[in-house]
Design a protein around this ligand. Structure first.
Ligand code: AMP
Ligand code: GLY
Length: 421
């Protein structure tokens, strides 16, 4: 089989790493990929603004299946386009991807189906939004409606911070039309968990549980990022809590979408806050998480192609998905300045040494090659050092020992991933 993966981060590297172990996959392409991905697949440049170029490529190369990593092509309707052309692709249609692409859609949908989430109001008027913030007081959460590369959410601790966020989104339009509307919601306090499932629109198969660490610095301090480290399993999610998440969040979501004419196929990712033992949805994502995928897929025993094909053909109930009874942990090595501005093109050393370590995997996020073909940094999040271990402590020790061997100027990372759970 020939498979195309769209994307260029650690999530896509982990998907391709898993696909490369499949007994039926003999060729993998990635558009556009990165330095690490190019070691195990063929990276191609495709004009990604124009989705039909992907269809042309898939037809020309006789690709059997396409897997979409990031949310943007899904929100723009890449799945609808592929299905119209009779091509297999993993991910929801444009209508389904609204669950991530529009926070207003997601909140109103949750209200319709009584899915637990923070209380909120939607505003398209700056003046009314300002008034509401004054009325409610801080802390309060301000969210741009549309996709904002993970930067559109502001947790305002004070009234001034809330007003600054509102101005940025609605007046200065830093996210463009994504900020035409805002969701203003109550600030939930609790423990954050990531809960991902495979679904073909009928059957739901949970992935192993995980936890992301969104803040840049140890002890959850500093600004929000795309994610600085993950581990799996997440011990916060007991079997009882998992049952509740499935019954109150995941099943009503898939069923609610179906009731609205949307057969949601692919990955559904619920970002949850556990408040007094109960799950509340912070956000939905219509794709794999990054860096959750880097800890989830190393624990998957089943051939991932069997899962993907059965999602596409709506026979997921026939697949017996098996997971390794081990723990995994991933620490992101980021560029100095991330999540703000950072330099690119900085040489990375030690990668060859880490390759020799047992149970350790390096998933590249933002890497490229210099003129001499050496691997250099090419993004804010650069590498995800991942290990499997008999428990979280063992996986953590392996990851941090491996990090000792890797260096690039300005490298920053959290030291506390998996330290407290
Ligand atoms: P989102 O993109 O909506 O998941 O928001 C990004 C991050 O902001 C989440 O991972 C949480 O850490 C935080 N967050 C979002 N909504 C809330 C909320 N209502 N209360 C507290 N924290 C939140
Ligand atoms: N790790 C958070 C996300 O993928 O959105």
């Amino acid at each position: 089989m020939k498979v195309l993966v769209i994307g260029s981060g650690g999530r896509e590297h982990a998907i391709i790493w898993k696909l490369s172990q499949s007994r039926v996959v003999d060729r993998i392409y990635c558009a556009p990929g990165n330095a690490g991905i190019s070691e195990i697949s063929e990276c191609i440049e495709v004009e990604s603004k124009n989705l039909s170029t992907f269809v042309d490529f898939v037809k020309y190369e006789w690709i059997d299946l396409t897997v979409v990593g990031p949310e943007e092509p899904l929100a723009k309707g890449i799945v609808d386009l592929f299905l119209k052309e009779g091509r297999k692709i993993i991910g929801p249609t444009k209508a389904g991807a609204q669950i991530e692409g529009s926070k207003v859609f997601a909140k109103e949908f949750m209200k319709r189906y009584k899915i637990p989430t923070a209380n909120y109001q939607v505003f398209n008027s700056y003046t009314y939004a300002e008034e509401y913030i004054r009325l409610k007081g801080a802390p309060i959460v301000i969210k741009a409606d549309g996709l904002a590369a993970g930067k559109g959410v502001f947790i305002a601790k004070t009234h001034d911070e809330a007003m600054d966020a509102l101005k940025l989104i609605m007046k200065e339009k830093v996210f463009g039309p994504a900020g035409d509307r805002v969701v203003i919601e109550e600030c939930l306090q609790g423990q954050e968990v990531s809960y991902l499932v495979f679904t073909d629109g009928k059957t739901i198969i949970p992935m192993v549980t995980s936890k992301d660490h969104k803040r840049l610095l140890d002890n959850d301090e500093g600004p929000n990022t795309g994610g600085m480290g993950t581990f799996s399993p997440n011990p916060i999610i007991t079997p009882e809590l998992e049952k509740e998440i499935l019954e109150t969040v995941i099943q009503p979501t898939i069923m609610g979408l179906r009731a609205e004419g949307i057969i949601y196929k692919g990955i559904l990712y619920a970002g949850l806050m556990i408040v007094n033992g109960k799950p509340y949805v912070l956000e939905f994502n219509c794709r794999f998480g990054d860096p959750e995928t880097q800890v989830i897929l190393p624990r998957l025993e089943t051939d991932i192609i069997d899962i993907f094909m059965s999602i596409s053909e709506q026979r997921l109930s026939k697949v017996n998905v098996k997971w390794k009874d081990e723990a995994s942990l991933c620490v992101i090595l980021a560029s100095h300045g991330y999540p703000g501005t950072y330099k690119k093109g900085i040489p990375i050393s030690g990668l060859e040494m880490v390759k020799r370590l047992k149970d350790v995997m390096v998933f590249h996020s933002g890497t490229g090659f210099d003129e001499e073909g050496k691997i250099v940094t090419n993004g804010g999040r650069v590498l995800g050092i991942t290990a499997l271990g008999q428990d979280l402590k063992d996986a953590r020790n392996k990851v941090y020992s491996a990090i000792e061997l890797i260096h690039f100027d300005g490298m920053q990372y959290r030291k506390d991933i998996g330290l407290t759970v």
